[in-house]
Ligand binder design. Structure first.
Ligand code: 8OZ
Length: 373
């Protein structure tokens, strides 16, 4: 029987335990550069088996929220070096999440106030987070996107490759490609956002093309054993939907299986919500998805996410349903979450009001057990 707290090797990454810190957007990095407060936050959470940083846009075009840290400016690489050094000094492992939001953006965040880009000119109908004229964070409707020219797509793949190189330069142990939650890769995958008639739209193979081009560019640049990907087959996040997700994601699983990735990170159901959520008129079997990956020879760590508590995480790993489990909200409020889960002590509650934006309050001031003692 495998234990949630036992070490694991996934690809090239040797982890002390199977409790991962999920990527969490916190909007505390003005000018897209990680700072000392961000360093403290990640350092406090270094006992996670693996930290996956908040989404990190690969370009300004890939940016959809104010004050998220990027990986497209030299200053950001320098800032991330301090974060990775602090986590490594505490014995932790940390990868960064490479992100392009696609249509989930606002003109005020785009280069020259341009329209956000997407597979097709279909609005997300979602909210994003921008700065108002007084520099105060506020939620706003996502802007109308324009459809990418086929000639532009290779450039975006190249942006992912370049950011992956910068991640390694910054000292990260690897990267997670953000293929989830209705952002650009998920927009290409799913019928609700992709109505293209060229080689990037229509068939399952065509809709998966962009994802695989990004995976191959990143894995070739930094090594497949340092590359993971996050997927959310049935989330409605950011207005995304698909008419038949099971064959789509079984194909994705089979394709990824041949690429020797470090891990596959799966959000079950609606991100941050109902784990049994399905798109209207469809059904999705997450065990069948994992089996498609394993039956095709996939050996990466299978990481599950979404609303897990101690008991459910222990069960998932002991039953073999998961190799690792990632925790989001619990890691916001409990820097020493691994120790707390291990010793079964009570957890601090996260404060929603301080999730996005602000300073140390609700970010670096949640007490660890040591501090409480
Ligand atoms: C919450 C707020 C803003 C962004 C995701 C990157 O859902 C996000 C995100 C979450 O993957």
């Amino acid at each position: 029987m495998t234990n949630l707290f036992a070490p694991i090797k996934i690809g090239d990454l040797e982890l002390a335990n199977r409790v991962a810190m999920a990527p969490l957007t916190r909007n505390r990095s003005p000018k897209a550069v990680p700072n000392d407060l961000n360093t403290t936050y990640y350092e406090q959470r270094a006992s996670a088996g693996l930290i996956i940083t908040e989404g990190t846009p690969v370009t300004q075009q890939g940016q959809g929220y104010a004050d998220v840290p990027g990986l497209y400016l030299p200053q950001a690489t320098e800032g991330w070096k301090r974060v990775t050094a602090a986590v490594h000094a505490k014995g932790g492992r940390i990868v960064t999440q490479l992100w392009h939001v696609g249509r989930v953006s606002h003109v005020s965040l785009q280069p020259n106030g341009a329209a956000p880009v997407a597979p097709s000119a279909i609005s997300a109908g979602a909210k994003t987070y921008i700065m108002d004229a007084d520099g105060k964070g506020t939620f706003a409707d996502t802007s109308e996107p324009r459809a990418l020219e086929v000639s532009e797509i290779a450039g975006i793949v190249e942006d992912f490759r370049r950011a992956a190189r910068s991640a390694i330069d910054a000292g990260f142990d690897g990267v997670e490609i953000h293929g989830a939650n209705g952002y650009l890769i998920d927009q290409f995958l799913k019928t609700g956002a992709n109505q293209r008639t060229d080689e990037y739209g229509g068939s399952i193979e065509n809709r998966t093309r962009f994802l695989l081009q990004v995976v191959d560019a990143v894995a070739t640049e930094i090594g497949s054993g340092r590359t993971g990907i996050r997927l959310s087959p049935t989330t409605p996040a950011n207005g995304i939907s698909d008419t038949d997700p099971q064959p789509l994601f079984n194909y994705v699983a089979e394709q990824l299986a041949t690429r020797a990735l470090s891990f596959i990170h799966v959000i079950e159901g609606a991100t941050g919500g109902d784990r049994s959520f399905q798109y209207e008129g469809t059904s999705f079997d997450y065990d069948a998805f994992r089996n498609a990956y394993r039956n095709a020879g996939g050996t990466g760590g299978w990481m599950l996410n979404n609303g897990y508590d101690r008991e459910a995480a222990i069960e998932a790993v002991e039953s073999g349903r998961a190799d690792l489990v990632s925790f989001g909200r619990l890691f916001i409020a409990n820097p020493d979450l691994v120790e707390r889960l291990q010793t079964e002590v009570s957890l601090n509650d996260p404060d929603r009001n301080t999730f996005y934006g602000g300073g140390a309050k609700g970010y670096t001031d949640y007490p660890s057990l040591d501090a409480a003692a």
